[in-house]
Design a protein around this ligand. Structure first.
Ligand SMILES: *Cc1c(COP(=O)(O)O)cnc(C)c1O
Length: 431
């Protein structure tokens, strides 16, 4: 497999861009080797600058749930383009997408569009603080909420493998208002609440975290958080940037039947364009400027092209509920294949899966929080990643990520991935 052009581009990129990339995990530092520069993608495949084809299991970190370059979304973008690219004024499409999001996501009664998941979470915390008049909030260890200062404290995803979970540049003053709890422990939340009476504005979490690898909530955990928040007047925020419109039409909150006060959205919501959103109860969202005192704005927010792509995506998901059962079936079939390979070889690595999200952890311990996720053999994962890549399978370049399946994965492709997985495991385990 030739990688000359990717290699040359990366060498050049490093002269002009920090680390050669515009987002850290893309640099492949956690798995070794140079990143692939991508020329194009279509359906289940992504193609690098050297024209190698790979089967996609990341899908732009989630958004491309229908596969790449979907004709329906492309068509919506092209049609919108003909009328101009940005107006900085309200448009009909923003009203349509807001109405649709509200009808799909149980907790959302009013919604504000922004340009990324990072913006959504930063804004949601500000609103929760404004609404409650309290400063502190609780986040879970290993959960990632974008790169806002107050979240870069035991953050997941790239922050884990970059080795600077507490980033320089985040002040002690900022960090002191972020309280940390292990995921899946209601006891930890109770003791934080007891130690900070009437001071906690919000609890924010990924209801099904995917940024320390995929981890599932223990039975009763999300319900327990809901009860504590109700009792203490704390705003419960589900960060569904990853899980929204993926685990179900209405995200994890629909699947688990627990309704937060606020929800942050991103990734799929933009159909591949840069979009985020935050929403929630009317009385909370009415605190947002200009109806309320909490300031939040954006020159390109609700951009017409981005809204066209997002609207096409959400309309499709809303009117095709079978997409979710199809995705679940693809996930089940893939993971069943993976498990049978591991069983045959007498290996009991942990696979966490929910629908079209999964992580294979290179540990035989159960993974239910950040501490247990960190038991994984990341060096072994790195070798597995390279073995899969050399067989034409494009995985997330870190142990601490979820994979994201798309409807473009046929049974035939699932079979190919399982075969590559078997060969790769044998290669890296020396069996
Ligand atoms: C990706 C992600 C974010 C950040 O979104 P960006 O668009 O990358 O800023 C926030 N929260 C979660 C759960 C995410 O997965």
């Amino acid at each position: 497999m030739r990688k000359d052009r990717s290699k040359a581009l990366f060498e050049k990129a490093k002269q002009f861009i920090p680390g050669g990339v515009n987002s850290p995990v893309r640099a492949f530092r956690a798995v070794g080797g140079d990143p692939l520069f991508i020329k194009r993608a279509d359906g289940a495949f992504i193609y690098d600058e050297d024209d190698n084809a790979y089967i996609e299991l990341i899908n732009s970190w989630g958004p491309m749930i229908l596969g790449h370059n979907h004709p329906m979304i492309r068509e919506a973008i092209v049609r919108a383009l003909e009328n101009g690219t940005s107006f900085g004024a309200p448009t009909a499409r923003e009203v349509e997408i807001a109405e649709l999001i509200i009808s799909m996501v149980p907790s959302v009664e009013k919604v504000r569009m922004v340009n990324s998941g990072t913006e959504a979470t930063m804004s949601a915390i500000r609103v929760a603080r404004g609404f409650t008049g309290r400063d502190k909030f609780i986040k879970m260890e290993g959960h990632y909420h974008g790169h806002g200062d107050s979240f870069l404290i035991s953050a997941g995803s790239g922050a884990i493998t970059m080795g600077n979970p507490d980033s320089p540049g985040v002040t002690v003053g900022t960090a002191k208002d972020t309280l940390l709890a292990p995921y899946n422990s209601l006891e930890a939340i109770e003791s934080l609440v007891a130690a900070n009476p009437n001071e906690i504005a919000a609890i924010i979490l990924e209801p099904v975290p995917g940024n320390m690898g995929l981890v599932l909530p223990k039975p009763g955990y999300l319900e327990g958080l809901r009860k504590i928040c109700d009792r203490e007047g704390i705003v419960l925020i589900f960060d569904e940037v990853m899980t929204g419109f993926r685990l179900a039409k209405g995200g994890a909150q629909e699947l688990f039947g627990v309704t937060p006060d606020m929800t942050t959205l991103g990734k799929i919501i933009g159909g591949g364009m840069p979009v985020g959103a935050y929403g929630g109860k009317k009385e909370i969202m009415d605190f947002v400027s200009p109806s309320g005192p909490v300031y939040q704005a954006g020159t390109l927010s609700g951009n017409p092209i981005a809204m066209a792509a997002g609207l096409a995506m959400l309309r499709h998901l809303d009117s095709h509920p079978e997409v979710f059962s199809q995705l679940n079936a693809i996930g089940d079939s893939l993971v069943t294949g993976f498990r049978s390979v591991l069983d045959e070889l007498g290996l009991n690595f942990t696979i966490n899966q929910l629908g079209s999200m999964y992580t294979l952890f290179f540990t035989d311990q159960e993974v239910y929080d950040f501490e247990t996720a960190k038991k994984s053999d990341t060096a072994l994962f790195g070798r597995y990643f390279q073995a899969m890549l050399s067989r034409g399978i494009y995985l997330a370049p870190s142990q601490y990520e979820s994979l994201f399946l798309s409807t473009a994965l046929t049974e035939d492709l699932v079979g190919k991935i399982v075969t590559a997985h078997g060969e790769s495991i044998i290669e890296v385990m020396g069996r």
